[in-house]
Write a protein that binds this ligand. Structure first.
Ligand SMILES: NC(=O)C1=CN([C@@H]2O[C@H](COP(=O)(O)OP(=O)(O)OC[C@H]3O[C@@H](n4cnc5c(N)ncnc54)[C@H](OP(=O)(O)O)[C@@H]3O)[C@@H](O)[C@H]2O)[C@@H](O)CC1
Ligand SMILES: Nc1ncnc2c1ncn2[C@@H]1O[C@H](COP(=O)(O)OP(=O)(O)O)[C@@H](O)[C@H]1O
Ligand SMILES: [K+]
Length: 490
């Protein structure tokens, strides 16, 4: 089972169901959330001498703040609490209890008394998923002031003012870190909000994935623990035929790197045999750099011998629409379409209906618009992707940070692995090779995308750890085998 991403409105009902099932109080759940935050905090090794300012609202997000302030105080940190509400405001019941539990030694002030030119760490517990309607004037003032703070800002659950499931319209807190509870709120995964959310951490508060079952949502969050269940197990007697024979159609004059990267990735992902369809004049480049690959110079008449086909990286456009057409006519299993193949589909929409059902298209945001048209934001993009996948019975991977796997049945799965060090030429070609390889090993399109996208991100993390912004696509390929080790996949 995979973690569901619910809407902000469903959180209260989820909490209520959990509290009932586990026979705990909602106050207890708030304490779990605060304790989870402290565990994350400890992993960050923040400076013990740094002053910490906890900004609390009157709802349960503020309640988390009071509990966090108490726990950090008990761990020896210097804490001041700033109230973002007036003296006459009624606190939510659990916030009120945690307010009263604040140790007497903690200084309590109103937010207007704070000097935002201060340094240190500001913990933003002003508004969480209870944000409704448009921000009131004072709340806008509080948020703008928080954004003028000179130190680090950590938002609890969600940056205050950011709607949980929609695009931001007004102002919201710009956080360096967002520590979110139970599941990532949908809006935290939108690229447009990256500037506000900062680094994202997910804190488990003890709600099991089974407890999400009664709640409807098309959105899921893919994590390390989900991956092994999608993998095929091989036996002692497996031979190279069992690992699949794939065809990678990639590269052209001046772009043979794309063919090398995707073919090599397919090999590193476990394919038994990799054939590359390339221009004959360019054969030396690939045969010297990846001797394990066999080259073809014309599309074979019979394609049925291939367990999977991947097409697109660096193929260019000349006579390539005809090539796509021949592939669609000669091959009826799901295939992977990337890069130039996607651009071609945008120019030849009449070909969409001919793509084998269940195929996988892996566009980045620009390529996405070439087939699906302009979109104003990620929310709109997700909606268009869902309609497209259902209409054509195809799957999409919308690439980027938190790539989204969009399935033909409407489910949309956000990936959790990856790093910005993967924003480098050719890293998409690596993904094409990986997904094609898994398809060729007999995985369903869903399993091939899930394993491919997650392990591609994990390989990027492994490569990026030592090389940071110096990471190149070849480093990601070199790290693919280590992903099997980390996931304990033989
Ligand atoms: N399972 C979980 O995830 C758990 C969740 N937990 C935590 O509970 C949080 C949700 O708490 P919640 O429902 O009490 O709402 P919350 O976010 O504090 O916001 C309400 C406050 O915001 C204000 N406000 C609202 N709109 C406004 C506007 N337009 N303009 C101005 N102000 C506005 C509103 O003011 P009011 O309108 O009522 O005057 C009120 O003061 C959640 O994010 C997480 O941190 C954990 O404790 C336990 C497990
Ligand atoms: N900031 C990021 N965080 C995580 N993954 C990223 C990030 N930027 C890029 N990637 C990943 O790197 C790959 C880039 O693919 P693509 O844009 O097709 O590059 P190219 O065309 O150069 O091969 C995608 O799989 C994408 O998910
Ligand atoms: K918040």
């Amino acid at each position: 089972m995979m973690l569901k991403i619910l809407s902000g409105n469903q959180v209260k009902a989820l909490d209520a169901a959990h509290v009932k099932l586990k026979r705990i109080s909602s106050l207890n759940l708030m304490e779990c959330a605060a304790a989870g935050f402290i565990d994350w905090w400890k992993s960050k090794n923040f400076d013990k001498n740094s002053p910490i300012y906890v900004f609390c609202g009157a709802g349960n997000n503020g309640g988390d703040g009071f509990a966090i302030a108490r726990l950090l105080y008990q761990s020896g940190f210097h804490i001041q609490v700033y109230k973002c509400f007036g003296d006459a405001t009624r606190l939510s019941p659990d916030a009120s209890i945690n307010f009263k539990l604040l140790p007497e030694e903690i200084r309590l002030k109103s937010w207007q008394e704070f000097d935002f030119a201060n340094g240190g760490i500001l913990i933003d517990c002003f508004i969480g998923v209870g944000f409704q309607g448009a921000l009131r004037t004072e709340a806008q003032e509080i948020i703008s002031s928080i954004n003028s703070f000179q130190g680090k800002v950590i938002s609890v659950d969600i940056p205050s003012g950011l709607p949980s499931d929609d695009m931001l319209e007004g102002v919201c807190v710009k956080a360096d870190y967002t520590v979110t509870f139970a599941f990532p709120k949908l809006s935290l995964l939108f690229p447009e909000h990256g500037h506000y959310t900062g680094d994202l951490a997910l804190v488990d508060i003890g709600i099991w994935e089974e407890e999400y079952l009664p709640f409807e949502s098309p959105y899921f969050f893919l994590r390390k623990k989900d991956i092994s269940g999608f993998h095929r197990k091989y036996s002692r007697f497996s031979h190279k035929g069992d690992f699949g024979k794939v065809l990678i159609t990639a590269g052209s004059v001046g772009k043979m790197g794309a063919a090398i990267l995707s073919a090599k990735s397919a090999l590193r992902t476990g394919s038994g045999l990799v054939n590359a369809l390339i221009p004959e004049s360019e054969r030396h480049i690939i045969q010297i750099s990846v001797p394990e690959v066999m080259c073809l110079f014309d599309l074979p008449k019979d394609l049925t011998g291939f367990d999977a086909i991947g097409i697109g990286p660096g193929i260019g456009f000349e006579k390539k629409a005809e090539l796509l057409k021949s592939l669609f006519e000669g091959y009826s299993n799901p295939m992977v379409l990337d890069a130039d193949a996607i651009t071609l589909l945008g120019e030849h929409p009449e070909l969409l209906s001919q793509i084998p059902k269940g195929s996988i298209l892996t566009p980045h945001l620009k390529e996405f618009e070439r087939i699906l048209g302009k979109t104003n934001n990620h929310k709109e993009r997700l909606g268009k992707a869902s309609d497209f996948c259902k209409k054509w019975k195809l799957n999409l991977v919308i690439k980027g940070a938190n790539s989204v796997i969009c399935l033909a049945d409407g489910r949309q799965i956000f990936n959790s692995s990856g790093t910005s060090y993967m924003a480098t030429a050719g890293s998409g070609d690596v993904l094409t090779g990986m997904i094609t390889s898994f398809l060729g090993q007999g995985y369903s399109p869903e399993a091939a995308m899930i394993c491919g996208v997650y392990q591609h991100g994990l390989a990027g993390e492994i490569a990026g750890k030592g090389k940071r912004r110096g990471t190149i696509a070849s480093d990601i390929i070199d790290a693919i085998p280590e992903t099997f080790v980390r996931l304990d996949i033989s």
